[in-house]
Design a protein around this ligand. Structure first.
Ligand SMILES: Cc1cc2nc3c(=O)[nH]c(=O)nc-3n(C[C@H](O)[C@H](O)[C@H](O)COP(=O)(O)OP(=O)(O)OC[C@H]3O[C@@H](n4cnc5c(N)ncnc54)[C@H](O)[C@@H]3O)c2cc1C
Length: 1006
């Protein structure tokens, strides 16, 4: 394994040039092959590994770069960097370990691109089983070479894996000699390594042929007198090797294997039938092999009297009436051939089951290659493109067939059948579809996703049948069971396309009367659930297990699609095992003197949540259809998970699903430029940064956002901000060094000031005896302030505001004080009052453009509001669960509290109110999924109006049932109540939402 030009140091170039000059006269004209002059009998073939037996690192890098949106050529350039003394070559000589290599290599790539490059993932891909697979054509060639008595060897620049074994994804038994650079401490093109290989083979250079994909390595081999073949693609190389060796390396029929025991057919009667059919008098034995792929009808290769044939038959056993209709296949193939579609020449249909046990048909064998992997590994991009283009042409030919003219009018209508694949030579789906439309003379269709969904559903249905046959022993393929298990994956894929199509259709529907939209609902009773009590649905209908939740209104977690249901249960388990037990410690941290430093426990829980895949669940599929940034859940799916997180005050932050970061991240996903995303979104998604949203101002009624006064003025290539904001919530909890645990701070304990480290700052006396908190906005992890101000006070009312991304370390941001809610500080995030004085921000930090602030706020606040409501349902469920447990165990006036009628009435009232609110939350989420945030504005307003008061009432009842303890911090009830009350203001007061609902009611319901 090596990389082109790794050896382009001046010394090596000189060696190269000398070798080149010496051997120019020996070079085969017009060919890449290098040979010596004498000798013609070969006794060994020596193979390089990467690029010859398995895909080259360069090819893998190109694929990885496309997938990871890394500029093309970065990896190759970094691999070449430093020549012989660069990290790659030192790694090949085992002078550094895999970890050391990845460290240096990662640094190199990051320096080149000025951003972090995940080289670990490149290395994983390079060494993955999926990629590092020997080319079948090479396996076949090696078998033939050895069958002729020649030796085979691997001579590879190779490396050690972290497990101290060398990376050799090959069957060692195929080779007489294996020489690896990492074992020898020398690399090709050092002549010593070639000599070592020859020595071990016991041969002279002229007795061997060496295949490598790199000219530099070949030149040195040729200089030593070894015959060489330059490998551009394995197929061509094998042909060149055949020519040199003088015998065929591809004697078998590709993609076949001996006939499976369960698929055997009587050879004698078949031979008799074929002799009659073909009019052959004498024949040798009939050779019969089975094609090793394909899931439906078993297919066989037959060789009889120099005729190469293919037979396709029904599988044995009982079959579904319309399935495996080979009679239909035969008729279509014949008709297609008559219409000029390139299909094999079909010879006969035999419906007489007495011949081989089932009906079958026979056609001529077409030699060729079958690509099972659509990425077409091992081919040049141009070759891949040519194959895809040819496939498109054939598809167009098929779809252009006049069904009536060829006698197929009784058959169904034609069906149509993203990462940037273009660089790999594989056209992207859209491009491929355009090619198709162009050839067919069709206008581009908008409902492409419909066809994709349709096709994938069909494939899923077929795969289900394949799986069934694998269970009953009727499958023709050895891989039927594995293939059949793809059903769920393929049907989910189909759903994704269906959901996308749904968004497209609904977005284009005129939004006249949202209240008349119809909903499909399904649910089923769900298991007992609760952190401390139980929650059950008493009146929901049983759902069909076949239902999945994608894009549907699912009203209980048990009716979510299997993967989301699994995620829900994983989260539930995490809450029970990790979060609820941690609450007392987290709560006491919040009450301690260290509360303005982040709790190490919460940081630890974050890592655990990340490891369990419970991270960034909030980004809706609709905003992130490619699932580039989030878990790809629909709003309805997330509603169930968010409610569960809401049962603890700490879980949303632990899972990186807390406000205001979630709203800011969604804002960046929807409206951010690529540069803004790289700068802000990625650190937020990784949980490395925190953010805040600054809109509210003390001097104006900010529930009417058109009132805000903060100014954003243009000055050269900057915007200059001046304004006064308050209630700026920042949820960041930084990994600030805390005394005793982390490196000690350098602050003077006798002279603490506001410039001290966060721990010491937290010790400062504050007004009224409070400890001075850093507000969230002051938090070192709060790196971004999403700022709303006016760029043009004279523009129309809703075009005056703009949104700017303000780095928190910009000079001029002055924190005045932290605010409290009912005396609670919400440490260490806090809510700050802040002045922005001549804060200069580069112009590229503007989101969408000047005057677009309202539009952005509308997009941002909708999801934020509904997330609050989802969590409020969680607060309420937890409160009710705690209440039920309490009243069952506490006696007053001779009986448990639960036997008091007023307590029962309170429980009933709370249950009913929670259920009502949940249904409204789910309905709003469902509408967001179907029609987008804007169209769901009314439903979001309704639930934001309902949920905080509902939660306040439910929690208040629970507090009342608890007695005085309910007000203490021994239980989460007091904090729940505080936040439920605060949410009657935050993200818009109740009255504003009521006004919205009334306005729309009057507009649409008259
Ligand atoms: C805990 C908490 C966190 C917050 N976090 C943030 C944050 O991160 N960023 C941010 O920018 N802001 C934040 N806020 C501020 C919040 O968004 C505002 O308090 C809210 O928008 C109301 O604005 P205001 O306080 O200026 O009230 P005002 O606009 O002065 O309104 C006062 C009252 O007038 C009444 N009223 C208003 N409009 C109407 C109407 N149309 N009809 C009838 N009555 C009406 C309502 O009763 C309202 O409560 C937060 C608030 C809280 C409590």
């Amino acid at each position: 394994m090596c990389v082109r030009s790794c050896f382009q140091s001046p010394r090596l170039q000189w060696v190269w040039r000398t070798a080149f000059l010496k051997h120019t006269q020996r070079r085969h004209q017009g060919s890449h092959r290098w040979t010596h002059l004498g000798g013609s009998t070969y006794r060994a073939v020596i193979f390089d590994m990467g690029g010859v037996l398995i895909p080259s690192p360069g090819r893998v890098a190109a694929e990885w770069e496309v997938q990871n949106r890394i500029p093309s050529g970065t990896i190759l350039k970094a691999l070449m960097e430093g020549g012989e003394n660069g990290p790659w070559m030192r790694f090949m000589r085992a002078e550094i370990t895999a970890e050391g290599f990845l460290r240096e290599f990662g640094r190199l790539c990051s320096e080149m691109l000025k951003t972090s490059v995940p080289v670990d993932s490149f290395f994983s891909l390079l060494t993955s089983e999926r990629v590092a697979k020997q080319f079948p054509v090479m396996t076949e060639a090696i078998t033939q070479i050895r069958a002729k008595g020649l030796q085979t060897a691997v001579l590879s620049n190779n490396f050690y894996l972290p497990n101290q074994k060398s990376f050799l994804p090959l069957d060692r038994k195929q080779f007489d000699v294996i020489v690896e650079s990492c074992m020898e401490g020398i690399c090709k093109p050092d002549p010593r390594i070639y000599k070592l290989c020859l020595e071990q083979l016991g041969l002279q250079p002229s007795e061997s042929i060496f295949l490598d994909d790199l000219g530099t390595n070949l030149k040195e081999a040729a200089r030593l007198g070894i015959h060489t073949i330059k490998v551009n693609d394995p197929e061509t190389a094998v042909k060149e090797l055949e020519a040199l060796l003088g015998f065929t390396l591809r004697v078998g029929v590709p993609n076949t294997r001996p006939v499976k025991k369960t698929m055997e057919i009587p050879k004698d009667s078949l031979q008799k039938y074929l002799k009659d059919l073909l009019g052959i008098q004498t024949t040798g034995p009939l050779e019969l092999l089975q094609f090793d792929h394909g899931q439906s009808n078993p297919t066989y290769y037959i060789r009889l009297a120099n005729r190469d044939l293919v037979l396709r038959k029904k599988p044995p056993g009982t079959l579904l009436p319309s399935a495996h209709a080979i009679e239909r296949e035969f008729r279509i193939m014949k008709a297609l051939a008559n219409a000029g579609v390139p299909v094999p020449n079909v010879l006969d249909l035999c419906e007489d089951s007495s011949v081989i046990g089932t009906p079958f048909y026979v056609m001529e064998y077409c030699p060729g290659l079958i690509y099972k992997d659509p990425s077409l590994p091992g081919l040049e991009p141009s070759h891949r493109r040519a194959i895809y283009t040819a496939m498109n042409t054939v598809l167009c030919k098929i779809h252009s067939v006049d069904l009536q003219a060829v006698g197929l009018e009784d058959y169904g209508k034609q069906g149509i059948n993203d990462c940037d694949l273009t660089q790999l030579g594989i056209p992207a789906a859209e491009e491929y579809f355009r090619m198709y439309c162009l050839q067919m003379g069709l206008p581009p269709t908008e409902n492409w996703n419909f066809y994709m969904a349709f096709s994938f559903f069909r494939v899923a249905a077929i795969l289900q049948g394949v799986y069934k046959r694998s269970l009953t022993g009727q499958a023709s393929s050895t891989y039927a069971e594995q293939t059949g298990k793809l059903t769920e994956f393929v049907s989910n894929l189909a759903w994704d396309f269906a959901v996308k199509e749904g968004f497209r259709v609904f977005k284009e529907m005129p939004f006249t009367n949202p209240l008349t939209r119809s909903y499909h609902t399904w649910a089923r009773p769900q298991s007992q659930w609760c952190p401390t009590g139980s929650r059950s649905y008493s009146s929901v209908p049983e759902a069909s297990p076949a239902h999945t939740s994608r894009g549907g209104l699912v009203i209980s977690p048990e009716s979510l699609s299997p993967p989301v249901r699994e995620l829900y249960h994983r989260l539930k388990h995490f809450m029970e095992q990790r979060v609820y037990p941690a609450e007392p410690e987290l709560q006491s941290h919040q009450a301690s003197a260290a509360r303005w430093s982040p709790s190490p426990l919460i940081e630890d829980l974050k890592e655990k949540a990340k490891a369990e895949g419970l991270w960034n669940l909030f980004l809706p599929l609709e905003a992130d259809p490619e699932k580039k940034y989030g878990a790809g859940l629909t709003n309805v799916e997330y509603a169930h998970l968010c409610e569960l997180m809401g049962t603890s005050l700490y879980a949303p932050e632990v899972c990186n699903c807390s406000a205001p970061d979630t709203g800011n991240m969604e804002l960046l996903v929807r409206y951010g430029t690529e540069a803004q995303k790289a700068r802000w979104l990625i650190p937020l998604l990784e949980g490395k940064a925190r953010s805040c949203f600054a809109m509210t101002e003390p001097q104006v009624a900010s529930s009417d956002a058109t009132n805000i006064e903060a100014s954003i003025r243009e000055e050269d290539s900057f915007y200059v901000i001046n304004g006064h904001k308050w209630w700026i919530t920042g949820q960041g909890r930084p990994p600030v060094p805390t005394h005793g645990r982390m490196p000690p701070c350098t602050c003077d304990p006798r002279n603490l000031s506001t410039s001290c480290c966060s721990f010491c700052f937290g010790q400062l006396p504050f007004l009224g005896g409070f400890l001075a908190p850093r507000s969230g906005i002051l938090d070192p992890r709060c790196q971004l302030c999403v700022f709303m101000g006016k760029t043009d006070p004279h523009a129309p009312r809703h075009r005056q505001q703009s949104v700017l991304l303000v780095p928190m370390d910009t000079p001029g941001i002055k924190i005045i004080r932290p605010l409290t809610v009912y005396g609670l500080e919400d440490a260490p995030g806090g809510h700050g009052e802040v002045r922005f004085e001549h804060v200069r921000v580069p112009k590229e930090n503007m989101v969408l453009g000047p005057g677009r602030g309202f539009e952005i706020a509308q997009g941002r606040l909708g999801p934020g509001r509904i997330h609050h409501c989802m969590r409020l349902i969680g607060f309420s469920e937890r409160a009710l669960a705690l209440m039920k447990a309490r009243v069952k165990s506490r006696l007053a006036f001779g009986k448990p509290l639960v036997e008091q009628g007023t307590v029962l009435a309170d429980i009933a009232q709370s249950r009913v109110e929670i259920e009502q609110a949940r249904l409204l939350v789910l309905r709003a989420a469902h509408l967001m999924d179907l029609a987008g945030n804007k169209a769901a504005a009314l439903d979001i307003a309704m639930i934001k109006m309902v949920a905080p008061s509902m939660a306040s009432r439910v929690i208040d009842r629970a507090i009342q049932a608890f007695g005085a303890a309910g007000l203490s911090s021994d239980y989460p009830l007091a904090q729940f109540f505080t936040w439920a009350r605060a949410l009657r203001f935050a993200d818009g007061p109740d009255e504003v939402h009521r006004a919205t609902v009334a306005k729309l009611e009057l507009k649409h319901r008259i």
